[in-house]
Design a protein around this ligand. Structure first.
Ligand code: GLY
Length: 414
């Protein structure tokens, strides 16, 4: 018997109440354990880098800014924390998780440490050589301004939005994800780029911002919607757009990128897209984004290779291989938001699916105990399987979206 996405959703809705009750009841314990882990991570990282003090923060006489580092992951072989440059695409996630723990616990320790780590990221506001500044600055400074109820970081965030918007090509209607601003041979776009639009949407409405940022975000979302997905809603990873006169905007090449193949859907990419289009509906009220987010979510939830616990394999075309807890966490966070936006029975079913994912992620199968995972929360993340990089490891962004999903879930109530 072939299950359709709608039948699956109805099935989940039926078991929703029990899973939701358990999740709500378990939340204080999950946040308490997460707080313990992040105290340990911060303690392990701080003697190395002394975040928040530019001079102290740079060990071994390294260059200021350029060699500032932020916790990213863990090397199981050496047992050492993996610190990455503040320019690495995930550098906003560790500070962002500290902000979420401040929100979850109210503990001033997390506010202080989140502030210190966040403020090491400032030089990113001028970066124009990649699209990740949205991830980096909005997960850190974006949460800082929201939770501190301050506008002291607004100018920096608007400057970042301006830097990101320099990557927009009006002829193509797209932001270039990777590559130099003036690269002529290729114009590469990935679905992850949808996540960076949230900064633009915020900046469009901010004091000192510009409506142009909203136009850029909509244009990118609409053009991506046209080309980046198969008719069934499965995502491609890398598209290379033509820039030659007469061919402008034509997709000249599809690359598998971090996915298994050009015929399958990379799980985290699918999650980024569900999240991005849900966010675009929240920010613009344009119905087409909501309908599209639901289509992408239905593809994932109803996929025959979706495991029973809702945590996808690293690619929808790789059943039996590694799961990607980060894809599950991003999807759960997106689904909690989508549930609220969609409402009704369909919304309840998305929420129930997210509850199931969050229960799985907070179970011993994924949630770490003691130092078995270098104190990062989630085990079993997959960074880039085709490159054999970061396979079955903790990932800072997995933790970030897991905490965000829990908070969104708690916030939106029952
Ligand atoms: N944005 C890169 C990734 O999801 O791996």
């Amino acid at each position: 018997m072939k299950y359709t996405a709608l039948m699956m959703l109805a099935l989940f809705a039926a078991t929703a109440t029990a899973a939701e009750d358990v999740l709500i009841a378990r939340m204080p314990e999950i946040f308490a354990k997460a707080a313990e882990h992040y105290r340990a991570l911060d303690a392990a990282a701080t003697p190395l880098k002394g975040a928040g003090d530019a001079k102290e923060a740079v060990p071994h006489g390294a260059k200021p800014h350029g060699d500032r580092r932020v916790p990213h992951g863990w090397n199981a072989k050496t047992g050492k924390l993996d610190m990455r440059s503040i320019y690495w695409w995930t550098s906003g996630h560790f500070p962002g998780s500290l902000w979420y723990l401040y929100e979850a616990t109210g503990d001033e320790f997390f506010k202080d440490r989140a502030t210190a780590w966040t403020e090491t990221l400032a030089p990113n506001s001028k970066v124009t050589d990649n699209h990740d500044v949205g991830f980096i600055m909005y997960c850190s400074y974006g949460n800082a301004r929201r939770l501190l109820k301050t506008d002291k970081y607004d100018a920096l965030l608007v400057e970042t939005a301006d830097s990101l918007s320099k990557r927009f090509n009006p002829e193509l209607g797209l932001i270039r994800s990777w590559g130099a601003l003036n690269e002529k041979r290729e114009f590469l776009v990935i679905p992850d780029n949808m996540m960076n639009l949230e900064l633009l949407e915020w900046a469009a409405k901010a004091k000192g911002g510009d409506r142009r940022f909203d136009e850029i975000a909509r244009s990118h979302a609409d053009t991506t919607m046209k080309h980046h997905f198969r008719p069934d809603g499965g995502v491609f990873h890398v598209l290379n757009y033509d820039q030659r006169p007469g061919f402008v905007g034509v997709v000249q090449e599809i690359r598998r990128g971090q996915g298994r193949s050009c015929e399958t859907a990379w799980s985290r990419g699918q999650s980024w897209a569900i999240y991005g289009y849900s966010m675009m509906f929240r920010e613009t009220g344009e119905r087409r984004y909501l309908d599209f987010a639901a289509k992408l979510a239905d593809y994932a939830i109803g996929h025959p290779n979706m495991p029973a616990d809702g945590i996808p394999y690293w690619d929808f075309g790789a059943p039996g291989e590694e799961r990607d807890s980060s894809a599950g966490a991003v999807m759960a966070s997106a689904l909690v938001e989508l549930a609220r936006l969609v409402g009704g029975k369909k919304g309840a079913a998305y929420r129930a699916f997210a509850a199931k994912q969050l229960l799985a992620l907070s179970s011993p199968a994924y949630f770490s105990e003691g130092d078995e995972n270098g104190h990062w929360l989630l085990k079993h993340g997959v960074g880039h399987k085709p490159a054999n990089s970061e396979v079955d490891v903790p990932l800072d962004y997995g933790d970030y979206y897991f905490l965000e999903a829990l908070l969104r879930y708690r916030e939106s109530g029952r």
